[in-house]
Design a protein around this ligand. Structure first.
Ligand SMILES: Cc1cc2nc3c(=O)[nH]c(=O)nc-3n(C[C@H](O)[C@H](O)[C@H](O)COP(=O)(O)OP(=O)(O)OC[C@H]3O[C@@H](n4cnc5c(N)ncnc54)[C@H](O)[C@@H]3O)c2cc1C
Length: 444
């Protein structure tokens, strides 16, 4: 049965996250954005409040909540600051390869620490020369006894400068592409791990983004998350579970922009009346609102799919693609409603615009989501309607059909232009497109 009503517990969690967002995140977001600094004290409070890593299973000391709960929390935090939402959610991204791995030792060793000790995990597939093409990883993993030695540089690592653990994806041989990709749990305190300077960014400046250099970093067997050949699938499975939440970043940011624009439109006057009286402004607000609502439905659906244990790859891509593309459109329209003030740092729209711009890039760009969806359509999707050339006919209703014995006649359809011919044999040539009789297929 379909049901969009949140449970009492879910509503309570949503309310808790909303209060946290309004009291702890919103008041400091602008300051830390200006400082270009990750507010660790806010992350700590988020942890103490119980809104970080809510999806860690109970058996490992976590709360065992679902992805839908993560979506509820994330929308609230992102409405106050998408950058801080990234910082807060990133530990779930970093932890997901451990959760999905078959390595029980790593789960027992690390998940309880993430759940109880405020240890943060970060996720590292990207490199200075590679992002979308995950099979093109160059960071080298060489067998060393029963463990591995890692050498290479990972780049764009969110929370990399503050995380305790890294899920590192590497390769035993770059030429092997997908078959060489493997994954490891690396502690940032280990010998050979160097953290780069925070990368200066357009937006999401409340999140920390760094390069991480690995030089002869020895990973013991117990920290292997995926053997060579299994790492690519592990990365893709991770994205299928984390992309819905990137959608929630978009929902939160777009909702905030809509609410701010609504407020502004009701108060700002032009031509003797409030902006909200102009239908052009009303229509903008209506469009923005429908995009927020649609995006939320898609992200909840994708999160729900993941919570059912189903392969949510397609719904996650749709949610990520739609919610992040429309978030940028919504925030951009909000800025238009604010006029010149929208372009200033005195109102929150300028920061939101910079922050949401990232959503179309990380965890698979919009182009990558389209590639995934196109591949699904072309190789896996099973149409429910018959192929065009087999479409059934309403013989008595076909205005093109003038033959007296049409009910009895065989029916032939031209595969090129669609013309339908009635008769015992196909015509020598199609009267419309002139293709020969071989272009005709008999419709049963
Ligand atoms: C602030 C920030 C935080 C990040 N955090 C993390 C993190 O924590 N961990 C991590 O591993 N990575 C992280 N990333 C990296 C992010 O995932 C990549 O930037 C992203 O996947 C795109 O890779 P790229 O930048 O190398 O672009 P490229 O892959 O070089 O692509 C450049 C452009 O070409 C397009 N393109 C590429 N291939 C195709 C194709 N086949 N068809 C059509 N278009 C194509 C892309 O869509 C893009 O528009 C982060 C990035 C940023 C900016």
């Amino acid at each position: 049965m379909l049901n969009f009503r949140l449970t009492q517990k879910q509503r309570a969690l949503q309310e808790k996250a909303r209060v946290f967002a309004l009291e702890e995140v919103l008041p400091v977001a602008w300051y830390y954005d200006e400082q270009d600094e990750i507010p660790m004290a806010v992350l700590r409070k988020a942890f103490d409040t119980g809104i970080i890593g809510t999806d860690i299973p109970k058996e490992f000391g976590g709360r065992g909540l679902g992805l839908l709960e993560s979506a509820l929390i994330t929308e609230e935090i992102a409405a106050a600051c998408p950058g801080l939402a990234t910082s807060i959610f990133d530990s779930s991204l970093g932890m997901e390869p451990i959760l999905l791995s078959s390595n029980q030792t790593a789960k027992k060793n690390y998940l309880p620490k993430i759940a109880k000790d405020f240890k943060l995990a970060a996720f590292a597939t990207s490199e200075p020369t590679m992002g979308s093409d995950v099979a093109g990883i160059r960071c080298l993993a060489e067998a060393d006894g029963d463990g591995y030695l890692l050498n290479g540089t990972k780049y764009w690592i969110t929370n990399g400068g503050v995380a305790d653990y890294l899920s590192v994806f590497a390769t035993t041989n770059p030429k092997d592409r997908h078959k060489g990709i493997c994954a490891f749990l690396v502690e940032t305190s280990w010998d050979g791990v160097s953290i780069g300077r925070p990368i200066p960014k357009l937006g999401q400046r409340c999140s920390n983004t760094v390069g991480i250099h690995l030089k002869n970093v020895r990973v013991p067997k117990k920290n292997i998350l995926a053997l060579p050949g299994e790492g690519f699938v592990l990365a893709m499975k991770t994205f299928a579970r984390t992309r819905p939440i990137i959608g929630s970043f978009g929902v939160g940011a777009a909702r905030a922009a809509t609410e701010y624009a609504l407020d502004y439109a009701k108060k700002r006057r032009a031509f003797g009346m409030e902006l909200s009286h102009f239908q052009a402004i009303q229509f903008k607000l209506a469009e923005m609102f429908q995009k927020v609502e649609t995006s939320r439905l898609l992200t909840w659906k994708a999160a729900w799919d993941a919570d059912q244990g189903e392969d949510g790859t397609v719904s996650a891509s749709i949610a990520k693609l739609y919610a992040t593309e429309t978030a940028l459109e919504v925030v951009n329209e909000a800025l238009q409603i604010f006029g010149g003030y929208g372009y200033t740092k005195m109102f929150p729209i300028e920061k939101l615009l910079r922050d949401v711009r990232l959503l179309r890039i990380y965890e698979g760009t919009s182009e990558v989501q389209r590639i995934i969806l196109a591949d699904h359509l072309l190789t896996k999707y099973r149409p429910l309607l018959p192929p065009l050339e087999d479409l059934p006919l309403h013989r008595g209703l076909d205005p093109m059909d003038t033959g007296p014995d049409r009910a009895a006649a065989k029916v032939w359809r031209c595969r090129i232009c669609g013309h339908v011919h009635y008769g015992d044999t196909p015509p020598a040539a199609c009267p419309y497109c002139f293709f020969p009789e071989t272009a005709f297929k008999e419709i049963q």
